[in-house]
Design a binder for this molecule. Structure first.
Ligand code: E4P
Length: 256
């Protein structure tokens, strides 16, 4: 089980990588554009090399930007040569359902020994066939599936069972996170990896009650230095959705 970061933002990658919680990074053309990466493949290459170096030996997924079969193949070969930890991302099919992509995936994995992440998938059946074609990673866009009105958890369970039963090497990446809850729910359902947008990692770490507790420790440490006794009552403010509830409790322990 692993957490990847779904971003092209260097400072976010540095921040979470320093904590030791990342095992990879995923990008796509939209993510890179939103991070201000311009200049076509030249811009993509510069940012890619920077991220790849930062997280080495963990994998960085970088997507091809064409749907022409020949160009896809040569672009993938080019991208894979930028750094040793690059995984090339290829969509399951073209924008009109063109079927060339799995052939390209198969060729790159089996004849060129290049790791491929097949992306833009919404179902277990798409992922299963991508895994059969030889993909190292299959990306199921969980948030987009849920937005269509059904729960991706069912697809994850079916897919994980099939991959295990057929001893396929593909690792399931759950992408397209929409809320903090997605991360553990999708890992627990059978995803090998969830690729998370940075703000949700902060959401997983920070808890309002932890903040209050840490403040209490710091205040009492300060009082201890000043030679005071800790107050026995602490006010804890719990913010819940739109309403704010105030709770007062008597601590079970007294500072000595
Ligand atoms: C990751 O690999 C996907 O490209 C990404 O998570 C898609 O996210 P979105 O559905 O928020 O665009």
């Amino acid at each position: 089980m692993a957490i990847f970061l779904d971003t092209g933002n260097i400072s976010e990658i540095k921040k979470y990588h320093r904590m030791g919680i990342l095992r990879g990074v995923t990008t796509n053309p939209t993510i890179l554009l939103n991070e201000g990466v311009i200049g076509g493949m030249k811009g993509v290459k510069t940012r890619t090399i920077e991220i790849a170096k930062l997280i080495d030996p963990y994998p960085l997924s970088v997507e091809v930007t064409t749907n022409d079969k020949g160009k896809m193949l040569s672009q993938a070969l080019d991208i894979a040569g930028w750094a040793r930890n690059i995984v090339v991302k290829i969509t399951i099919h073209g924008p009109k359902g063109e079927l060339d992509n799995l052939e390209v995936v198969h060729e790159l994995e089996t004849h060129h020994d290049i790791r491929i992440n097949v992306t833009a998938m919404m179902s277990a059946q798409q992922c299963f066939l991508a895994a059969m074609a030889g993909a190292s990673y299959v990306s199921l866009l969980g948030g987009r599936v849920n937005n269509m009105g059904y729960n991706v958890v069912g697809e994850i369970k079916i897919l994980r069972q099939l991959l295990d039963e057929h001893k396929l090497k593909a690792q399931i990446i759950l992408a397209s996170t929409r809320e903090v809850l997605n991360v553990l729910e999708w890992l627990q359902a059978g995803a090998h990896i969830v690729t998370v947008v940075p703000k949700f990692l902060e959401g997983m770490i920070v808890h309002p009650y932890s903040k209050e507790t840490v403040q209490m420790f710091l205040d009492d440490a300060q009082k201890s230095e000043l030679g005071q006794t800790r107050a026995s009552e602490t006010k804890v403010v719990l913010a819940e959705k739109n309403s704010v509830k105030e709770t007062t409790f008597v601590s079970g322990r007294k500072a000595k």
